[in-house]
Ligand binder design. Structure first.
Ligand code: RB5
Length: 146
């Protein structure tokens, strides 16, 4: 599993927790996030990283900003992306099983590192169920083509 991590200045600390999980699971990753505390614009980080997931260069992405909202809205503008903004373990699991989400967004100003750790671990290790969900996911993806 190859994972791209990115984030703006407001997501730096939580991004380090994400790296802990990836190292624990032995997954390969690249961090393209902002590396300083000066203010940057989240679309400048989310859009290029989302395109690298959509192209197949990475299997998944984990995007962090202050709320996770800017990152998730930006990522979902890219064809082929299903980005889930998630701040609890239940929806982290469900969005993999039902939506086959390929990017996870979280907000550093919303949750702490302990919960983020559990969310990331759950999201990375839960399989897509397919079956009845295929049709629904396909309908979402077709909407991008119109
Ligand atoms: C930055 O202040 C903040 O707006 C950004 O990190 C994010 O929360 C936007 O959605």
């Amino acid at each position: 599993m190859k994972v791209i991590i990115t984030g703006d200045h407001a997501g730096m600390t939580l991004r380090n927790e994400v790296k802990n999980v990836l190292e624990e699971l032995g997954f390969e990753y690249e961090d393209t996030g902002a590396d300083c505390k000066s203010s940057v614009d989240y679309p400048d980080y989310a859009l290029p990283a989302a395109k690298r997931v959509a192209s197949g260069e990475f299997d998944r992405g984990i995007f962090i900003c202050g709320t996770g909202i800017g990152m998730s809205i930006s990522a979902n503008k890219v064809d082929g992306i299903r980005c889930a903004l998630t701040h609890d373990v239940y929806t982290a699991k469900a969005t993999r099983q039902h939506n086959n989400s390929n990017i996870l967004a979280m907000g550093e100003r919303v949750i702490g590192p302990g919960l983020a750790h559990e969310i990331v671990k759950t999201w990375l290790t839960t399989e897509y169920e397919g079956g009845r969900h295929e049709r629904r996911v396909e309908k979402m993806m077709q909407a991008e083509k119109k």
